[in-house]
Design a protein around this ligand. Structure first.
Ligand code: LRH
Ligand code: MN
Length: 424
């Protein structure tokens, strides 16, 4: 469902006076407004193709209606998000949930909506209808060489789809692990997984990257074969220069210091990408910044510091992706909130006075160091993010436009109440 450009301008017109007052204030408070605005306009977050419908848990799923019925409608939905915030300019596909039957048609449709294809995601954590061998006891780790080969072939097939779409990276998340002590020989599982990843790695085009995503637990509840940053780091160092670690914020054990992990992976040149979301307990896949906004700020603080230390371009140096699941919110509203939280937090991290912080750290002035960080975190950067949208032809207030234009109602009228999108 498209939102007419003139409707967007009407909304911006009505909100402009209030916005201008807020923007003038923040611009008067800071000394790098234009630099921040340029960085915000360039910063694009990839939307997961598997998070455009209602998610659920084993206890229940409560669909909201109007869900996309195929890849074309998913691209339309992400195109609408991008039209509203001009910060969602990429789609991350999951195979086989979203096989591009006609790749050139899909690529052209995405381009019409200003969308590129970010990392492709393979799936060896489910058995597909008609699949010969089961992944019940794992895929790349499996004791059965034929199962490993089946999983390797699937990843190579995913790379092929990605090449046709113009993607340049493959994300490998493995559910592989064990549920009980004694079930698995950890050393053999590691060796099998490494050898299998080496075969997938050798199928990567020269300009591609492989992102190895780690996760502490679920669906296995005793061990996970790529279970934490250290294990993923070990694999990607053995694989080679095209392999990197992917940090999904929900994949850590309680109280893990994710910002320190990010700092180290970045320093080592092995931080490839992010799956942004939030969580209170496990892999809850909640709206970004909805539970631990200060942790998200501390992560972006390390990202800006670490990327600047390596002279990296913020917009394309790392794969910025959302990975969420929507049990009670409208999927599109949830994604709009997540992108907003990422942009607000990135802007706050760009406000940190790095020279003063370094001076405080060198003087072990702990109090001042905290004051400098929290000065940035306690700065309301929403008007900066809105101004960046205004200057790039998007909505001052995407969520308000989504609601006032009754987009969900329109999608339900167009697609019906009972449609179910592929994905989680
Ligand atoms: C695993 C994960 C992974 C995806 C899946 C949809 O928890 O984060 O990134 O493949 O969710
Ligand atoms: Mn993920």
């Amino acid at each position: 469902m498209l939102i007419e450009k003139y409707k967007l301008s009407q909304h911006n017109e009505a909100a402009l006076k209030d916005h201008q007052r807020k923007f003038d204030f923040i611009a008067s408070e800071i000394n790098n407004t234009e630099d921040i605005l340029q960085k915000l306009i360039e910063f694009q977050v990839a939307i997961p193709s598997w998070a455009l419908g209602t998610g659920g848990t084993r206890f229940g799923r409560f669909p909201g209606g109007g869900e996309p019925r195929n890849l074309e409608e998913k691209i339309e939905d992400i195109g609408m998000l991008h039209a509203l915030n001009n910060s969602s300019g990429a789609i991350s596909l999951h195979i086989p949930w979203d096989i591009p039957e006609n790749a050139s048609h899909i690529k052209a449709l995405a381009a019409q909506h200003g969308l590129k294809f970010d990392a492709m995601n393979s799936n060896t954590f489910q058995d597909q209808p008609g699949q010969e061998l089961s992944y019940k006891y794992g895929s790349l780790q499996n004791v059965n060489k034929a199962v490993r080969k089946q999983a390797i072939d699937h990843n190579i097939e995913v790379i092929k789809y990605g090449i046709e779409l113009g993607s340049e990276s493959l994300t490998v998340w493995l559910a592989d692990g064990s549920c009980f002590p004694g079930q698995l020989n950890f050393r053999k599982a590691f060796q099998n997984t490494l050898e299998s990843l080496e075969e997938i790695y050798s199928a990567l085009p020269n300009d591609w990257k492989m992102f190895l995503e780690y996760k502490a637990f679920e669906p296995n509840f005793y061990s996970t074969t790529v279970g934490d940053w250290g294990q993923s780091f070990t694999y990607v160092n053995k694989l080679g220069p095209k392999a990197f670690t992917l940090v999904d914020l929900g994949h850590h054990l309680p109280n893990a210091n994710i910002e320190q992990i990010v700092s180290l992976l970045l320093m080592e040149g092995k931080l490839g990408g992010f799956h942004f979301n939030d969580s209170k307990y496990g892999d809850d896949d909640l709206t970004v910044g909805s539970i631990k906004p200060y942790q998200l700020f501390l992560i972006f603080n390390e990202l800006v510091e670490g990327m600047d230390a390596k002279g990296m371009n913020h917009a394309n140096g790392i794969g910025w992706m959302i990975d969420a699941s929507h049990n009670v919110k409208d999927p599109l509203e949830d994604l709009l909130q997540s992108v907003e939280a990422i942009m607000i937090t990135y802007a706050q991290a760009l406000l940190v006075d790095r020279a003063k912080l370094q001076e405080a750290q060198n003087n072990n002035d702990v109090v001042t160091a905290q004051e400098i960080l929290q000065q940035a975190f306690r700065t309301d950067t929403r008007a900066l993010v809105a101004e960046a949208r205004l200057r790039s032809g998007a909505a001052l207030n995407p969520l308000a436009v989504f609601r006032s234009e009754k987009v969900r109602e329109g999608l339900i009228k167009q697609r019906g109440l009972k449609t179910v999108a592929t994905g989680l």
